[in-house]
Ligand binder design. Structure first.
Ligand code: GLV
Ligand code: MN
Ligand code: MN
Length: 396
């Protein structure tokens, strides 16, 4: 038994929320390498040290609390979306910290803790764990930019005073990540725990249509080369053309748009937007890419647009390790008998990358109303504590 302490766990979880608290619901604004993110990581490092772990920052801002020579690794991320919930990532880090601390106190198994950097993709897709695992080359990562044009190299330099070497993954026997579900299924069905079977794959790139900036009052409609209209036509066309390729589980999103110069009385000359799609099947991801590229090309030709693409980022679908998953299933069956389920993850997680290095598994707790990536994200305290208990049992 590892006697994880629910009160200490909840107190730490609420304390982490004070870094970048939005003032709206329990939400946080703590994007990777922001002042709030760096302050939170310094606090976490101190909490790890108090728990008897050795804190260590790597060159890209990943923070480890190392338990000893050979240990189980647990954790998640503590950066947030630009408008983020208090539990996305934070829950997995603080639950891991509590289980590691409680285990040390009773001479239990050595457990190390990690908070990966930029899981939320300010620069890439799960950037910190992607670099650590070898899925993303550091030199390439350094050239990636956020939506404001800041390169990753410049952002990570903000933590250069803390940075040591990359941590050797060979010291870890496996990785378990606890997370909120971020979707509706557990909440809708009244289940308390989800044991993850697999994590979907993702593709993400920026697309730019370049037209002709012009006067919005004098330029006749038939002479316009309006980049917004091109983007809008593209969005409608792919929704239609995906129909024969996708399943009900497939998702795609245009979530970030920059119009230039973004003024009411100017026909937009340039539209740059994020194009992201996710599915559990690599072939389907590839077929969707073909549709995206051919549709964009057709629209560019028909409307006299220049077309360009940013770097293509992505992660492959990953299946969870049967052994670690079995440990979580046993924990779930004893903590929440008849109230747990096996389920896939439609959200991306650091576990995808870590799976390239060691066996990985994940557990979910419910998200109230299935809301996440929003200040309103929340989970009942009893469900947070049930997840902590399943994690502690599985760790043993
Ligand atoms: C990670 O937060 C994701 O976008 O799935
Ligand atoms: Mn997350
Ligand atoms: Mn997230």
């Amino acid at each position: 038994m590892i006697p994880a302490n629910p009160d200490r766990f909840l107190a730490d979880l609420h304390h982490l929320r004070t870094f970048g608290a939005s003032g709206v619901d329990k939400g946080v604004v703590r994007p990777a390498f922001s002042d709030a993110d760096i302050a939170a990581r310094r606090w976490l490092a101190a909490r790890m040290e108090e728990a008897g772990l050795t804190p260590h920052f790597d060159p890209v801002g990943n923070l480890f609390g190392i338990a000893g020579e050979r240990s189980l690794l647990m954790g998640s991320h503590s950066d947030s979306q630009p408008e983020g919930g208090w539990l996305d990532g934070a829950l997995g880090v603080i639950a891991a910290l509590e289980v590691a601390r409680a285990s040390r106190e009773v001479g239990g198994p050595p457990i190390s803790v990690v908070s990966f950097q930029d899981e939320e993709g300010r620069f890439g897709v799960t950037t910190g764990s992607a670099i650590w695992s070898g899925n993303l080359d550091l030199a390439k990562a350094d050239t990636l930019t956020d939506h404001a044009g800041v390169p990753f190299a410049e952002a990570r330099a903000r933590m250069a005073d803390l940075a040591g070497d990359f941590v050797d993954p060979a010291q870890f026997t496996g990785f378990i990540e606890m997370h909120i579900e971020q979707g509706p299924w557990l909440d809708t069905e009244g289940d308390k725990i989800g044991v993850v079977s697999d994590i979907v794959g993702i593709r993400d790139m920026r697309v730019t249509f370049g037209g002709q900036q012009n006067h919005a009052g004098t330029t006749p409609m038939h002479l316009r080369r309006d980049a917004f209209q091109a983007m809008s036509a593209f969005s409608s066309a792919i929704n239609d053309r995906f129909r024969n390729v996708v399943t009900p589980a497939t998702v795609w999103t245009i979530g970030h748009v920059t119009l230039h110069p973004n003024a009411s009385s100017i026909v937009p000359g340039r539209a740059t937007f994020s194009m992201q799609w996710r599915d559990g099947d690599t072939d389907r991801l590839a077929r969707m890419e073909e549709i995206i590229r051919s549709t964009a090309q057709e629209i560019a030709e028909a409307r006299g647009m220049k077309l360009s693409y940013g770097p293509m980022l992505g992660l492959e679908p990953v299946v969870m390790d049967a052994g670690l998953r079995g440990a979580l299933e046993l924990g779930a069956a004893s903590v929440a008998p008849g109230k747990w389920r096996k389920m896939p993850s439609g959200a991306l997680h650091d576990a995808t990358n870590v799976g390239a290095l060691m066996p990985v598994a994940m557990l979910f707790v419910p998200s109230i109303n299935g809301i996440s990536h929003d200040f309103a994200e929340d989970t009942a305290e009893a469900d947070l504590v049930a997840g902590l208990e399943v994690l502690a049992r599985a760790a043993v």
